[in-house]
Design a binder for this molecule. Sequence first.
Ligand code: FEO
Length: 180
Amino acid sequence: MVTKKVEKAINEQIKREEHSSRLYLAMASWAEHNGYPGASDWLYAQTEEERIHMLKLVHYLNDRGGVVVFSQMDSVEQKCKNLVDLFLQVLKHEEFISASINALYDVCTKEKDFSSANYLQWYINEQIEEESTARGILDKIKLTGEHQGGLFLIDKELGAMAVTKRAALVASQAAANTAT
Ligand code: FEO
């Protein structure tokens, strides 16, 4: 059984993960509209990954006897100038999510819910990877500047990264679709 404070904090994180999924959907759509099929594909895959992050928490909270609440979502409108700006927003968002996971971990430890804190370790590790990937992509895009040939190659690389990501997601999806 989780305490009310832990239940509330996990529900807030569920909302953030769901929002992340919608945010990346908007970004993917922007990239698709602006002629970056590889970036778009990577971001569509990221949308699916965030949904898995949300689902894992939904199952966890249900398993621990908590009540899941799906809050009303804010509308998402993607505004960005170019590909650098887009991935700068990805990195900023992942940094925000890392901070929110840390805050959730803090609530769990203060409530002496060590099982939940232990469960969140997966998310803490995941955020290291999420930030590192976003930073790596951003660095590459920054290196090319506005060079069209360079941007073309990076977009192609992002398309290949999307294929790899989707393969990894198949296994995660199967795990997330079953209760913990
Ligand atoms: Fe669910 Fe990208 O963090």
